[in-house]
Ligand binder design. Structure first.
Ligand SMILES: Cc1cc2nc3c(=O)[nH]c(=O)nc-3n(C[C@H](O)[C@H](O)[C@H](O)COP(=O)(O)O)c2cc1C
Ligand SMILES: [Mn+2]
Length: 468
């Protein structure tokens, strides 16, 4: 298993999946190239160097885990697994993970260089302006924000975007008040204190993945990442904040998140994973950066939201969680779960054994489908990871008048572009979900026209024998 981001990049390079790009502009070009590459069939990871106006060696790495192969690699799974097999392997591995606490070390690569006090200058590090109408450069797009709960000592380390506002000022954005970072910062602010914080850029890819997981309040993302790797994350106390910081991180900001009543700066707008802007600039909490630590020739891990189907992770991790939830709810015969359109559509494949089985699965999946307006159930001869096959089933097995149900006032978010402005203004963040039953009708499934399609096994046998 890789030890840090650098070793991960070497593994990607050895798979032939790394493209090096010299001379791009941090303003729009890095973002544009990243988006085009993410949408191309080979979907390479990109390492930008000699970025216009920045010192050579100060690099930006993007599309780290945007395809199945590299998402599997980051999880310590075989990069040769087929999409649904890889997700199943992750679903199984995730179920058996036991939190593994970090270990404290004294030597830390991130302390190779330090800028402190009046020497702090964020502008030395390339911070891309990712999309055309973004409110400014975002140095944190896939960086983790580390805080300590003042009551329990719990360390939270998840991903919140970080916008640059000056030599020593950034904002940190919480989508809503339930984010663990927002809860922890609020505790300090309520006491009239600022919140010690560290922003960790160029983190281990396992931490990047952990930062996206919905872990329970009180569980540290460090422990989850350690479990994924099968080796504890090595941390070193930050000299200014005493927060535990991954020793092999590339760039670290230490500082304080000022009480929201004392200071805010206009945060955003920022292109979202829906492919739209969600709001104009809004007041965001300000971090005063009091020290920057960095490795020689540091690498920023960038992960901008992009127009779907491009997504940070080539394996739909939230579909793995839904798959486990279906099993935990006692729903048998689930052959697979997948999400398309960057988590805006959930598909469950199963072998229906009784009338209502498919709808039961769909309702559980719908309950856990964040922002997805479309929830589809297909028979197990359809690969849920193959959108063309899923739509074939929808167009041939679902009679819309009978097979589509609407669930109202269900889980979405303020990022949803289709919530009417007047509703949004009064705080509506829910939407409706269409549940599409695209399984053969249970009552006459035996007499449903036989398919001429090859089975998955037949396709594989032909591929192997004939190389097509
Ligand atoms: C690349 C990326 C960027 C993200 N940006 C944000 C963000 O700016 N604000 C936010 O609240 N959540 C963001 N998220 C989602 C959270 O990181 C995610 O929901 C996480 O589970 C929240 O962690 P928490 O439960 O510790 O608060 C982002 C996720 C990813 C993968
Ligand atoms: Mn958390």
């Amino acid at each position: 298993m890789y030890k840090d981001l650098r070793q991960f990049i070497d593994l990607v390079d050895r798979l032939g999946a790394l493209r090096r790009i010299e001379g791009a502009d941090a303003r729009f070009e890095i973002g544009g190239i990243t988006e085009v590459a993410a949408g191309s069939p080979d979907c390479p990871a990109l390492l930008f160097d000699s970025i216009k106006g920045y010192e050579r060696g100060y690099r930006v790495f993007t599309n780290a885990t945007t395809n199945v192969q590299r998402a599997a690699l980051a999880l310590g799974l075989s990069p040769t697994l087929r999409p649904l097999d890889a997700l199943k392997a992750w679903m199984e591995k995730r179920k058996s993970l036991k939190p593994l606490p970090p270990v404290v070390v004294q030597d830390a690569a991130f302390l190779e260089n330090t800028l402190a006090g009046s020497d702090v200058d964020i502008a030395r590090f390339p911070a891309p302006v990712w999309h055309r109408d973004d409110g400014g450069p975002f140095i944190g797009s896939g960086s983790i924000v580390v805080m300590r709960d003042p009551d329990s000592g719990w360390i939270n380390a998840s991903i919140y975007r970080v916008q640059v506002h000056g030599a020593n000022r950034v904002t940190v954005q919480f989508d809503h008040g339930g984010r663990h970072g927002a809860i922890i910062a609020g505790k300090y602010w309520d006491r009239g204190e600022s919140c010690p914080v560290a922003v960790v850029h160029g983190e281990d890819p396992a931490l990047f993945i952990a930062g996206f997981e919905y872990l329970p309040h009180g569980t540290s993302e460090y422990e989850f990442a350690g479990a994924v790797k099968g080796a504890p994350i090595e941390v070193r106390a930050g000299p200014q904040t005493a927060l535990p910081i991954p020793a092999l991180a590339e760039i670290v900001f230490e500082g304080r998140l000022l009480p929201i009543g004392e200071a805010t700066l206009p945060e955003g707008p920022f292109g979202e994973f829906t492919g739209y802007y969600a709001a104009e600039a809004r007041p965001g909490p300000v971090m005063e950066v009091t020290a920057i630590h960095y490795r020689d020739d540091p690498i920023l891990l960038g992960s901008p939201p992009m127009k779907p189907p491009r997504f940070h992770f080539g394996l739909p991790f939230r579909a793995a969680t839904i798959w486990s939830n279906l099993e935990a709810a006692g729903i048998t015969d689930v052959a697979g779960v997948w999400q398309h359109v960057s988590q805006l559509m959930t598909v469950v494949a199963l072998h229906p054994r009784y009338d209502g089985h498919a709808k039961r699965a769909a309702l559980v999946a719908a309950a856990h489908s964040y922002m997805a307006r479309l929830v589809v159930v297909v028979d197990d001869d359809v690969d849920p990871s193959n959108l063309a096959d899923v739509m074939w089933a929808v167009a041939t097995r679902c009679e819309p008048a009978d097979g589509i149900d609407i669930v109202r006032n269900a889980w979405s978010s303020a990022l949803d572009p289709r919530i009417p402005p007047a509703d949004k203004a009064r705080g509506v963040t829910a939407h409706s979900k269409a549940i599409i039953d695209a399984c053969r009708p249970f009552a006459w499934r035996e007499t449903f026209p036989r398919t001429s399609a090859l089975s998955v096994d037949e396709v594989r046998a032909i591929e192997e024998k004939w190389g097509v």
